[in-house]
Design a protein. Sequence first.
Lengths: 113, 115
Amino acid sequence: KAGVTQTPRYLIKTRGQQVTLSCSPISGHRSVSWYQQTPGQGLQFLFEYFSETQRNKGNFPGRFSGRQFSNSRSEMNVSTLELGDSALYLCASSEGAPSTKQYFGPGTRLTVT
Amino acid sequence: DQQVKQNSPSLSVQEGRISILNCDYTNSMFDYFLWYKKYPAEGPTFLISISSIKDKNEDGRFTVFLNKSAKHLSLHIVPSQPGDSAVYFCAASTYSGAGSYQLTFGKGTKLSVIP
């Protein structure tokens, strides 16, 4: 099976703009989770989607949002970008329920200038 | 408040010797623990896991030990190989409701295996 894919791999945006990142999970996986990785904080959980529904959310401001489509592909959106949003954004998929083993994509490196 | 802590940001080990990576946690509700390995420019890859009802799990050169009373787990790599050089993340799982399990990660330990 193909692994988790994320597009784009690299992105440069300016403060105040918004950005949309995309994730395609492993075929058959219905759960998609998003994480933010920064050098000082490690991987921090953003949210999880299962069958087009957000079923878990981390402690991030409302500027961070996401959605999942019927084919399990997911997008996350960050509005009004801040310099501190510069990070590696990782998507992970799993079979769904209940499974703790997640398969990660390569990530999208977002730089906000 | 950091619930999963990896107190050593980096570790250097000679090839062929044992690498021991440590992880401490504070939340007694964690019921499953995982180790992930991450190379630069790649996403983390699953390495090994252990249920909270066990104290040891082995997979080839990798062994994870869990001490629930001390809220401590460790990953042993024997023998260490240069290809093991990567950042290792400890993660802990807890049930969040509605069929969702949330992973909480440590900040990672960068392992360097010296040939």
